[in-house]
Write a protein that binds this ligand. Structure first.
Ligand code: SF4
Length: 220
């Protein structure tokens, strides 16, 4: 039984999908370069509407000059804007980073907090970013839903929803907690390489026999 009454895949089908994705992308991990939770926080804020490659290029320069909240504040807003100018939306990103640094120093002794509610209070940090930091920097199970996870989950039928929050809840319900962090990376890789936004490559997709969208198309 592949499908549940909700129109989503069964836990057994989801497990099989995860097994196949692990074989397909054995090295799936974050595409952002960082060495501390603070660096990941800054890189993740910069990654909105920007490629990981570009963020990594920019953060290599930024972290060589400033890799702590104190050091970033000491740079000043103008210098920060100049360094991150290639990331897009750089003025608002610079403002978020400066304000987040101020809050880290004022309320968290300069450390990035390891709990969801505190992370969500930081300027520029929404549900997805807080989840990325929890899972990647601290190894705490979380399910960040970006555009790839949202699209691939809906197409496959792992979790169906109109909002990232609905998909996040669906994935958390379906997948074992210890799989959440890896599932996030696997679904991103699959979305980038095969289940692309405009032209999903279903002919070469090893999940086609389990994918609710592909099965629906075959039955049309
Ligand atoms: S079969 Fe097609 S729609 Fe389904 S996951 Fe694969 S590429 Fe995406």
């Amino acid at each position: 039984m592949v499908e549940r009454a909700s129109g989503c895949l069964s836990a057994a089908a989801a497990a099989e999908i995860m097994t196949r994705l692990k074989h397909l992308y054995p090295k799936a991990k974050s595409g952002l370069n960082y060495t501390t939770p603070f660096e990941l926080l800054v890189a993740t804020i910069l990654s909105a509407q920007c490629t990981d490659e570009r963020v990594n290029k920019v953060t290599a320069q930024l972290f060589a000059k400033a890799d702590t909240p104190e050091a970033v504040l000491a740079l000043g807003r103008e210098e920060l804007e100049y360094i991150i100018r290639e990331c897009g939306l750089f003025r608002s990103k610079a403002r978020y980073i400066m304000e987040a640094c101020q809050m880290l120093l004022a309320e968290f002794e300069g450390e990035v907090p390891a709990d969801f509610e505190s992370l969500m209070r930081l300027p520029g940090v929404g549900r997805k970013t807080a989840s990325v930091i929890l899972s990647n920097a601290f190894g705490i199970p979380a399910m960040p839903v970006d555009t790839h996870v949202f699209r691939v989950s809906n197409r496959l039928g792992l979790a169906r929803g109109k909002t990232p929050r609905e998909v996040e809840e669906g994935l958390k319900e379906l997948l074992p907690r210890e799989e959440w962090n890896q599932a996030h990376h696997l679904l991103i890789r699959h979305g980038r390489q095969i289940c692309k936004a405009r032209n999903p490559r279903c002919q070469v997709c090893p999940l086609e026999d389990l994918c609710i969208s592909a099965l629906a198309q075959q039955n049309e």
